[in-house]
Design a binder for this molecule. Structure first.
Ligand code: ABC
Ligand code: CA
Length: 495
């Protein structure tokens, strides 16, 4: 699917090994299976492509229309100083499927099952590096063969050096990983490498019906490589450009290297504003404004508040209202929301890899409050998108987010017909309120908060005021629409 077809989608990111256990319909590919899945052990817990199918109702029931799965290529299958390749990122041969996750038919079955539900499949791809179990400082044909590497000629790698993150060339040519487990840097200027990877990726997406790619370690490969690679893939590419540098991240779109990138800059903005009750709201406002000004198409950014490399949100911030506010920012701001599996179950173990990668099954896939909050946010997006609801002649997807008011603790932003009013006050109630001076609606008109379905009347000059006095709910988030739109969207019954 193209970037245009991905606009408006929302994505559930899962770890193939950790999302759903093997079952009668999904035989185990790991033997023996551990009795319990302990993330500290950094080994396989048994999830497969087929076991994902068993739980698609749970994902679709939360309103997602796409999933992003772990890399599908073969990994090293040996013990390392960081144990085993359960996460799928230690690809030694991109061209072969990972037998730990299933067979070619299993991957086709997953893709077909998603498509029959109208959902998209996004696959993570790793091409920058290959783990060097035998090669430590230098590669030779012998070490490469011992490591099962697809590339066996030393000229197909860049010489070993450690990354200096202050130097872009070093980031592109030096090696990720560390002394204990080097990640050998593939020579992505070598014509054999380039041609092999380009023809492989086109084949992979068409053979397995893959609709989009999450491009691992995008900033570690010179940009022009991705222009050819993503074109050869024929599908939407979203790159991992890990860091807070907005201009640099935006260059992936401005230079035409790929369709989009993960929303790391906004992640840092959301975290600093909503990560604690004394958070820095003005930092969020700054980051948001710069993101909107720098990216040609912010509507394609992948917005997240957790992933497999970052602490669980609830590990750093226990307060439920702060999480709910952060998620409204994640879902309503320009971009594609990406929820990391377990976020909907308030997983809080995991300040770091590997603890942020627990199995989902002990949650019993419960209908938790956060599951329902996420479902509501997806329902709101679907309703405004499908209904084509407009504000000042523009619909939700075609309007760019606009910050309309902010204080030290509050922010209000509009995207098309929706006005999000957020705060980092947290759960305790306060006899305080926040007035948005110009909501965009006429004074005396009626609006509805889609999260509570309660009606509000717009005050003089178009102001909307919200109160943080409700016992136990204190700093809750609001998503306003006009009463007419609320009627048309049918999310709040007879309003
Ligand atoms: C293994 C063990 C871990 C152990 C680690 C040392 O080794 O499992 O327990 O702690 C895969 C596996 C990992 C594994 C690694 C290494 O391989 O998943 O479990 O860790 O063997 C991608 C993937 C990631 C994957 C790889 C490697 C790449 O999402 O899961 O890891 O294929 C860098 C890369 C980025 C990479 C990330 C993990 O590391 O750029 O591609 N992710 C700075 C840099 C970033 C850097 C980041 C973390 O540090 O700018 O480029 O990411 O090292 C902000 C700044 C940022 C700064 C952050 C920390 O602070 O603005 O710039 O980021 O304020
Ligand atoms: Ca590289």
């Amino acid at each position: 699917a193209s970037a245009d077809q991905w606009k408006g989608k929302s994505i559930y990111q899962l770890f193939t090994d950790r999302f759903a256990p093997p079952s009668d319909t999904a035989p185990a590919r790991t033997s023996p299976l551990p009795a319990i899945c302990d993330p500290a052990l950094q080994t396989w817990c048994g999830g497969t492509w087929l076991s994902i199918i068993d739980r698609l109702d749970y994902i679709q029931g939360m309103g997602f229309d796409a999933i992003w799965i772990s890399p599908v290529s073969q990994n090293i299958d040996v013990y390392t100083p960081y144990n085993y390749a359960y996460h799928g990122y230690w690809v030694n041969d991109p061209l072969t499927l990972n037998p730990r996750f299933g067979t070619a038919d299993d991957l086709k079955a997953l893709s077909a099952s998603l498509h029959s539900r109208g959902m998209y499949l996004m696959v993570d791809v790793v091409v920058n590096n290959i783990p060097g179990v035998s090669a430590k400082d230098a590669v030779s044909s012998e070490t490469l063969i011992a490591d099962g590497s697809r590339w066996t000629d030393p000229s197909e790698f860049h010489p070993q050096c450690s990354i200096d993150y202050s130097n872009a060339t070093s980031v592109e040519y030096c090696w990720l990983g560390d002394d204990k487990l080097p990640l050998m840097d593939v020579n992505t200027e070598n014509p054999t490498v380039v041609n092999t990877l380009n023809s492989w990726i086109g084949n992979l997406t068409s053979t397995y019906g893959i609709d989009g790619l999450r491009v691992d370690a995008a900033k570690h490969v010179p940009g022009p490589f991705w222009t050819g690679f993503c074109k050869a893939s024929g599908v939407f590419c979203i790159g991992e450009v890990y860091g807070s540098d907005i201009e640099y991240a935006a260059s992936y779109q401005t230079e035409g290297w790929m369709d989009s990138v993960l929303g790391y800059p906004l992640y840092y903005g959301i975290t600093s504003a909503f990560g604690s009750p004394s958070g820095n709201m003005s930092h969020f406002v700054d980051v948001a404004s710069q993101v909107l000004a720098s990216f040609p198409t912010p509507g394609l950014l992948g917005n997240f508040i957790e992933n497999h490399d970052l602490p669980r949100w609830r590990n750093t911030t226990a307060d439920a209202q702060l999480a709910y506010n952060a998620m409204v920012a994640q879902f309503i701001f320009d971009g594609l929301p990406i929820v990391y599996y377990g976020q909907e179950q308030d997983f809080s173990d995991g300040a770091n890899d590997p603890y942020n990668r627990a199995a989902l099954w002990p949650s019993n896939y419960a209908n938790s409050s956060t599951y329902n909050h996420i479902k509501k946010l997806n329902d709101i997006r679907h309703a405004v998108i499908n209904n084509g609801t407009q504000f000042q002649g523009k619909n939700f997807l075609d309007s760019q987010t606009k910050i309309v008011a902010s204080t030290k603790t509050d922010v209000a932003f509009r995207k098309g017909p929706l006005l999000a009013v957020l705060t980092n006050r947290g759960s305790p109630s306060e006899s305080q309120s926040f007035g948005v001076p110009t909501s965009g609606w006429a004074s005396q008109s009626n609006v509805i908060d889609l999260l509570s379905c309660k009606p509000y009347t717009v005050g003089s000059g178009g102001a909307i005021s919200v109160s943080y006095a409700a016992a136990g709910y204190g700093g809750m988030p609001y998503i306003f629409v006009s009463q007419n739109d609320a009627k048309a969207l049918k999310l709040c019954g007879d309003v």
